[in-house]
Design a protein. Structure first.
Length: 506
């Protein structure tokens, strides 16, 4: 699908943000609806292991790079804009503004039939300068795309309820972990949540809107609730005892975000724009989307049903994408230097290797199952302390867990790591996303030696930034024998204790 072949099959849809929560779910929905899909991604390899990867075209590029956007737009009928800086960095609003302008200009130049953008629901009657930077930027992006000269659909949603969404995880962990909660005053703000499957239905259906439509649509579920109502109803859906909620007026958005960051897996950097957006009432004022994307029976889903469906997916380990699917802004993203003659500075390593009294397959099951509920096989208190320290300085911490208890795929988060590479049965490489004065990786190998015996090989790598990075490496080096040495030994023991898996018959 590299040439202008419109009409050869279904419409060609360009999806930005396919490595994120909504984009990763939208692609298979578009494919199921008969559309062809092209994904624009900064790191195409991160989409390699998705179940739909072989059915969609993936091109490398960035929405802030006009040339790559222009190339990605060739032959496109409908372009989905699903990227947002989520309120991080001093100049994030300018970055959002510039990216939206590039996207709109290149879509118009390529003759794209429609742009579809998922933005945020803004409160009625509130001057834009009083909105949170997060909502203000989303509103501005919507206006830029509507003024691009390409017919545009802007969908405006408030809290999205679905397994793995940041809003759902925040609600879930606050409610499950705190039977008695001292909460900010925004728990009394009225909100109109929407199920993720209704958001996806509106996104897919928007591709077929007539060319005369160039406007925004409010997208919400049938229930208007306060955040307090949502916590109480979540507790009921999850069969938890009724929660006692005590709101206080002293928690500012900044303090709220750190409070959320300490209690939930959502780090303060992401919690802040979410909590700031809850200061104002966000309720739909129209449901005009139904004129173009009719509601099927039973839709839009109510809050209770959306929560039950999300909980079922969590419990059945069928969460397809998570809020942490997207890279955390500010986290390191440099690939591991693999050139043997790499001259980029110091690259410190800690290497461990030992025999394993188990099959290579058993060893690989332990390696691929690391993290999350299974832990890191050494000094749990030290890992927990490192995760807490990371959250205290605004990092992602250790509580992001894993999407699936047994399987990993390239690009997804794993506690405070990101899966950078997997060679099934052989190699797992993780890139650190905790706050560090440098870049760090952890590699784990399942191998067979010349005598046919299983061996485990482990390598931790650190590329320091400046004097602080050098001091960090030498400061923690004395603990490597306990942390990394213990990890290697315990992984080997866990593999030896793995039950044998019978060979397939026939």
């Amino acid at each position: 699908m590299t040439e202008d072949d419109r009409g050869a099959a279904g419409p060609l849809c360009l999806v930005t943000g396919a490595t994120g929560y909504i984009g990763g779910r939208l692609v298979p929905e578009l494919l199921a609806a008969g559309h062809r899909v092209r994904c624009l991604a900064r790191s195409p390899e991160r989409l390699r292991d998705h179940p739909w990867a072989g059915r969609a075209e993936v091109v490398r590029g960035d929405v802030t790079d006009a040339a790559s956007v222009a190339e990605a737009m060739r032959g496109v009928d409908v372009a989905y804009y699903l990227v947002h800086a989520l309120g991080t960095g001093e100049d994030f609003e300018e970055t959002d503004r510039r990216a939206a302008r590039i996207f709109g200009e290149r879509a118009r130049a390529a003759g794209v039939r429609r742009i579809v953008y998922l933005g945020g629901l803004t409160p009625a009657g509130v001057p834009e300068h009083e909105l949170s930077p997060h909502l203000r930027s989303r509103a501005e992006v919507g206006r830029i795309l509507l003024d691009s000269g390409v017919p545009t659909t802007v969908l405006r949603a408030a809290v999205v309820i679905g397994s793995g969404s940041a809003s759902f995880e925040m609600l879930r962990y606050l409610t499950e972990r705190l039977p008695v909660m001292i909460t900010p005053s925004w728990v009394h703000t009225r909100i109109q949540p929407v199920a993720v499957r209704d958001v996806l239905r509106a996104l897919v259906g928007s591709a077929g809107m007539p060319a005369t439509v160039n406007r925004s649509f409010d997208v919400g579920g049938p229930d208007v609730l306060t955040y307090r109502d949502m916590m109480i109803r979540y507790a009921a859906a999850a069969d938890l005892p009724r929660r006692l909620i005590l709101p206080v007026p002293v928690l500012t958005p900044g303090l709220s975000s750190h409070w959320v960051g300490l209690v939930t897996p959502v780090p303060a950097s992401i919690a802040r724009p979410l909590t700031e957006s809850l200061r104002h009432e966000v309720v739909c004022h129209e449901h005009d989307i139904a004129r173009y994307v009719p509601d099927p029976p039973g839709h839009p889903l109510g809050f209770d049903e959306a929560v039950r469906l999300a909980l079922r997916r969590v419990r059945d380990a069928r969460v397809t994408t998570r809020w942490s699917s997207a890279s955390v802004p500010g986290a390191p993203s440099d690939p591991l230097p693999t050139d043997p003659g790499w001259a980029g500075g110091s690259l410190y390593t800690d290497c461990r290797e030992l025999p394993v009294n188990a099959s290579r397959a058993a060893l690989w099951r332990v390696i691929e199952g690391i993290g999350g509920e299974n832990g890191w096989y050494s000094f749990p208190l030290a890992w927990a302390a490192r995760g807490l320290l990371d959250r205290m300085v605004g990092g992602v911490g250790l509580r992001r867990g894993r999407r699936d208890a047994a399987r990993l795929r390239v690009g997804e988060s794993l506690d405070f790591w990101r899966v950078e590479e997997i060679e099934p049965g052989h190699l797992l490489r993780l890139r650190a996303e905790m706050r560090l004065p440098g870049l760090a990786w952890l590699e784990m190998y399942a191998e067979t030696d010349a005598a046919g015996r299983t061996r485990y090989r482990q390598r931790a790598l650190f590329h320091p930034h400046g004097l602080l990075g050098q001091a960090y490496w030498w400061g923690v080096s004395p603990f490597h024998a306990v942390v990394f040495g213990g990890m290697a030994r315990n992984i080997a023991r866990a593999a030896a204790a793995e039950p044998a898996v019978p060979a397939a018959v026939g």
